[in-house]
Design a protein around this ligand. Structure first.
Ligand code: IPE
Ligand code: IPE
Ligand code: MG
Length: 249
């Protein structure tokens, strides 16, 4: 599938809060981990679809700083799934020219997960068709605090002047430094909240919520979200008329 076949403007950067795995499993009388396992297939399909549609950046919220508070067996099950996903997907990422990046406190992850993550990021570092960001042990407030602390330290050391801190400098210190902000945020699973995701970067993203739970999310659901995005008028503070008419030279 391509932009030509769908006739849609494809967002350059799509971010997804993959929610609803636990409820999906419980509805089926299964343990929550069963839903997480089923969710991996949705990840595969969405990555493949995004890549073939020409999305340049895909950011998936896989584990939040708050998710460490879940029962230990769920956390360790999620870590094991992440490790096996990364091992299994390396070949596909290389074949599809996908670069893996990570947003979050990677050093908090179990050592063996950190190792496979580092290896996958290094081996795909040259890939350029699409960046796949996995937000792992990620929290938006945590990310902003980290930037604030680093900047404060530089000011204290005299290598930075407080008046030089502007949006560009700040953006360059985020986990997502060098990447454009998401154009479209999708949240599955029926909840209408950000849950501490990309608090800085989502300032002007179009928000799309669906009741579809993550394990059921497929190619057609992604296309439906992109279709909805195509109906939006992004004004960035301007009036509708200004956006429709090209700026005078
Ligand atoms: C999202 O699904 C996956 C993670 C947070 C890791 P949930 O596990 O939050 O599923 P629900 O929201 O409880 O159904
Ligand atoms: C957000 O989902 C985090 C991820 C999808 C990784 P949660 O299920 O943790 O969010 P809340 O707790 O319902 O807000
Ligand atoms: Mg949830």
């Amino acid at each position: 599938m391509s932009t030509e076949t769908t006739g849609l403007t494809v967002p350059g950067h799509i971010a997804i809060i993959m929610d609803g795995n636990g409820r999906w499993a419980q509805e089926r009388g299964q343990f929550r981990l069963f839903g997480h396992k089923a969710g991996v297939q949705a990840v595969r399909e969405v990555v493949e679809t995004a890549r073939s549609l020409g999305v340049r950046y895909l950011t998936l919220y896989a584990f939040s700083t708050e998710n460490w508070r879940r029962p230990e067996n769920e956390v360790s099950g999620l870590m094991a799934l992440l490790q096996s996903y990364l091992k299994a997907e390396l070949k596909t990422m290389l074949r599809n020219d996908i670069r893996l990046c990570c947003l979050g406190e990677v050093q908090q992850l179990p050592v063996e997960v950190g190792q496979v993550l580092e290896k996958t990021m290094a081996k795909t570092a040259h890939c350029s068709a699409m960046v796949l960001n996995l937000a792992l042990s990620y929290g938006g407030r945590n990310e902003l605090l980290r930037v604030a602390r680093n900047l404060a330290r530089e000011c204290e050391q005299g290598t930075l002047h407080w008046a030089d801190i502007d949006e560009t400098l700040f953006t360059g210190r985020l986990y997502s430094a060098g990447q454009p902000d998401p154009d479209l945020l999708i949240r599955t699973g029926g909840e209408h909240r950000l849950s501490n995701f990309l608090l800085w970067q989502l300032s002007y993203a179009e928000l799309y919520f669906t009741d579809t739970k993550w394990p059921d999310f497929r190619c057609q659901h992604l296309v439906a979200a992109i279709e909805a995005y195509n109906q939006r008028q992004r004004r960035f503070g301007k009036t509708g008329d200004q956006v429709q008419q090209p700026e005078p030279l």
